[in-house]
Structure formats: C-alpha cells, structure tokens
Design a protein around this ligand. Structure first.
Ligand SMILES: Cc1cc2nc3c(=O)[nH]c(=O)nc-3n(C[C@H](O)[C@H](O)[C@H](O)COP(=O)(O)O)c2cc1C
Length: 241
C-alpha cells in the first residue's frame, strides 16, 4: 500500500501494471443488453478473418544492432522531436488544474489532469483525456468520475495527485453521493461515463454531468510546465520578455 493511502484512505492504490494501457481495462462498462467489452476485445476476429501466423516484424522505425538493442532511426527520432515540439507548443496553452477522482472498493483514487474540457451543454458533457495510468484501469469499474478545479492555494494537491511528492497536509474530500470531490476546490463536477474514445496514446473519457457546484476564488494555473497564480504567471512572462 502506498503511503498516500494512509489516514484519508487515499489512492494511488498501485502503480500501473505492465500490461495496463489500451487493453481490456480501458473499455467502458457494458451497456444493457451488450456483451462485456472486455470479452469482445479479447476474443478477436473469427478464425476465417485472422491473418496467417508469421514471426512478428520489428517496428519499421527501429533498427536492431548486433546486441539486439534497437536504435532509433531518423524517422522515430523525428517523431520524438515532433512530440517534444507539440508539448512545448501546447505548454503555451494556459490551463487550469483539476484533480479527477473515483472510488475503488473503499479507497479514493485521484489524479491531476489538465486535459479536461467542456464538450456539450445539451446534454451536459465533459471529457478528460487520460494516458496510461491507474485511473484508466479504475474508471471502467466505477463508471463515474469527479473533477475538482483547483484553487490557487491547492498546488500541493496537484503535485500530490501527479505522483511528484506527497502533500504534508492530507487532502480531504466532500461526498456527492458515492463520488468523492476535493474539499476547497473552486468547482466540482460529478459525471457518469457515457462514452470512451481511444485517441493515439490517450483515451477520451466522456462524462455526462450529474452534479455541479462552484465558489468564487482564484484558480491554480499551469503554464509552460509550471504551476502558478494568474499574477505569478504574468510576472514570469513579463520578466522573460
Ligand atoms: C499539471 C498536470 C497535468 C496533468 N494532466 C494529465 C492529463 O490530463 N491526463 C493524464 O493522463 N495525465 C496527466 N498528468 C499526469 C498524471 O497526473 C500522472 O501521470 C499521475 O501520476 C497519474 O496517476 P495514476 O496513474 O495514479 O492514475 C498531469 C500531471 C500534471 C502535473
């Protein structure tokens, strides 16, 4: 059990398993009358549609040296460079910071996320985009997630729930039905998972909003890879120019 699971029965229950990711664990809970998604995935196509077995080919962008260790070719190095550039460019998109929460058995699991957005007003839909993480394994089981929009004095919880360091002040939660939401946040959104879209190395978890509440206050921001308040971020930028 992780040290963060102490008093508040907090989360980060276990590190992501090696086979986590775009496996059966990412599928949404089955809808009424539908076969469980996990079974549909693991069964694969009927035998007649399967490709003949052949030894697995190395990925096209990898070259294997005499030791069997893959070297990156210029193509995959270029892909890495593009990914770095995308990260840098997207870092100029200032966002708020949220903690996404769900429950698993009697524990609360939370993770920091800024890839959160409003999708539709009627019906009310939001989404959170998750990479390979423990949360992605838990959401198919819980079918619900909460989003807490952090206030400027909650940076420690952003760090805590992204695995950077454990907050000395343990987070506390308020409950909306069976959904935990971080106390002191500027806004709370409670959702039921209604759709799941794999997208590249992430999965978009669409939630239908079931609960909304908010208060006034200053938000925590994330800009160019750093947390800050509105004033701090604009000061930093002014000093750069
Ligand atoms: C500011 C910030 C924003 C983040 N946003 C996301 C995000 O939107 N999606 C995501 O998958 N990970 C995001 N992360 C990384 C996760 O918080 C981190 O991988 C976390 O440890 C995952 O938790 P889990 O595997 O225990 O569920 C973010 C991290 C930080 C610091």
């Amino acid at each position: 059990m992780d040290e963060r699971e102490g008093v508040a029965r907090l989360t980060r229950v276990a590190p992501p398993s090696a086979d986590a990711g775009l496996g059966a664990g990412l599928m949404p809970p089955p809808r009424a009358g539908q076969e469980p998604a996990t079974r549909r995935r693991s069964q694969g196509p009927p035998a007649a549609h399967r490709r003949p077995q052949s030894p697995p080919a190395p990925p096209p962008s990898a070259v294997f040296g005499p030791t069997g260790v893959a070297r990156l070719t210029p193509r995959s190095a270029a892909a890495e460079a593009r990914a770095r550039e995308l990260r840098q460019v997207m870092g100029r998109f200032a966002t708020g910071v949220t903690v996404v929460t769900t429950t698993h058995r009697d524990t609360i699991h939370g993770m920091t996320a800024n890839a959160f957005l409003s999708v539709s007003l009627r019906p009310p839909l939001v989404l959170v985009s998750l990479g390979r993480c423990r949360m992605s394994e838990l959401l198919p089981r819980s079918g619900r997630y909460g989003v807490s929009v952090l206030a400027c004095d909650q940076e420690r919880f952003a760090a805590h729930f992204s695995g950077q360091r454990v907050s000395e002040v343990p987070p506390t939660f308020v409950w909306q039905g069976e959904l935990p939401l971080l106390e002191g946040a500027l806004a709370h959104i409670g959702c039921r998972v209604v759709d799941v879209h794999p997208a590249g190395d992430h999965v978009l978890w669409i939630g239908e909003v079931e609960h909304l509440s908010h208060r006034d206050g200053e938000p925590l921001l994330f800009y160019r890879g750093r947390f800050g308040t509105l004033a701090e971020v604009s000061d930093r930028e002014a000093r750069r120019s």
